[in-house]
Design a protein around this ligand. Structure first.
Ligand code: SF4
Length: 300
């Protein structure tokens, strides 16, 4: 996608130290009314409008396993693969998704507007899943999409904005968050702290299928409670992506073998998993929390 705007991010005095800070600067520059490209805004608001209508009127309760669902915990994968009943989403979740779609699209417009020449942004890029992903159409999605893949093809732009030590490409997943989650996002140790929403799992699978794992990836937080807050990109290392991928593969293998892994997320994270799993007086939001609790394999 290209922009008609010429008010792109200026060349810095010295390169940004990493992709996270470069991305923050591009977003902040582009979101300004002085720099955003009206044509990009128009295109992305049109796209958002379709997604908003869908979020408010269509319900998708399918338990199909996909990079964005049911792979954060091995027992979720097992329950989804074996057709176990899930709790589903609350009936009033539509506005949350709708606002998320709008904020995603406005961020895409901002980045397209300010991205320097020599960089390309692929937005909502369709991707097939990796070779090892089960080709079982009834239980596993066979394709997906990534929010954004940024690539720098011009060596001069690479050197000026990032320095040549930085990778040529960066996979970015945008997540809208409430204020509490946005603050927590800033402190999360990816690969150690509970990945309750499966953000890391999703990026591990998509990095593998795109062949970008060695570059790492970015989860960029958008604060939906305070819209003047900056974009909050967090870098995920290649090692964290590889470790997560290995865990996801084991989870999928066990699900295909019909083997119940037990309360895997609770085993891994103990009390820190209560928020997700609905234990210790917490409500929980795992779609399988009821069936999981009703079929204990150990004491918690
Ligand atoms: S409740 Fe927790 S342990 Fe059980 S399936 Fe859900 S995430 Fe996994």
């Amino acid at each position: 996608m290209t922009s008609t705007n010429t008010l792109r991010l200026p060349i810095p005095e010295k390169p940004y130290p990493d992709w996270s800070r470069f991305l923050s600067a591009v977003w902040l520059h582009g979101i300004s009314v002085k720099h955003i490209d009206p044509l990009a805004v128009s295109e992305h608001v049109d796209r958002a409008s379709e997604s908003i209508k869908e979020a408010m009127t269509r319900r998708s309760e399918a338990n199909t396993i996909r990079p964005s669902a049911f792979i954060a915990c091995a027992r979720q994968t097992y329950f989804a693969a074996t057709g176990s009943p899930s709790g589903g989403m609350p009936d009033n979740i539509g506005p949350t998704f709708a606002i998320g779609h709008l904020l995603h699209e406005l961020s895409y417009a901002a980045i397209r507007s300010a991205l320097p020449k020599g960089f390309e942004a692929e937005i909502e890029k369709e991707v097939n899943l990796p070779n090892w992903w089960p080709d079982d159409y009834s239980r596993f999605n066979q394709s997906g999409h990534v929010d954004m893949l940024l690539t720098v093809s011009d060596p001069a732009a690479h050197e000026a904005y990032l320095g040549t030590e930085q990778p040529h490409t960066m996979l970015i997943d945008f997540k809208t968050m409430g204020g509490y989650s946005y603050r927590k996002h800033g402190k999360t140790i990816f690969g150690e702290d509970p990945d309750a929403f499966g953000y890391l799992a999703q990026l591990a699978v998509y990095s593998d299928t795109l062949g970008t794992t060695e570059a790492g990836a970015i989860i960029a937080g958008i604060n939906r409670d305070s819209l003047t807050q900056p974009l909050f990109p967090r870098y995920i290392t290649a090692q964290a992506l590889k470790d997560e991928l290995a865990r996801v593969k084991v989870a999928i293998d066990m699900a295909l073998e019909n083997e119940d892994p037990g309360e895997e997320f609770l085993i891994r994270h103990d009390k820190e998993a209560y928020f997700q799993c609905g234990r210790g007086g917490k409500r929980g939001f795992c779609a399988f929390r009821d069936i999981c609790k009703a079929n204990p394999t150990r004491e918690f």
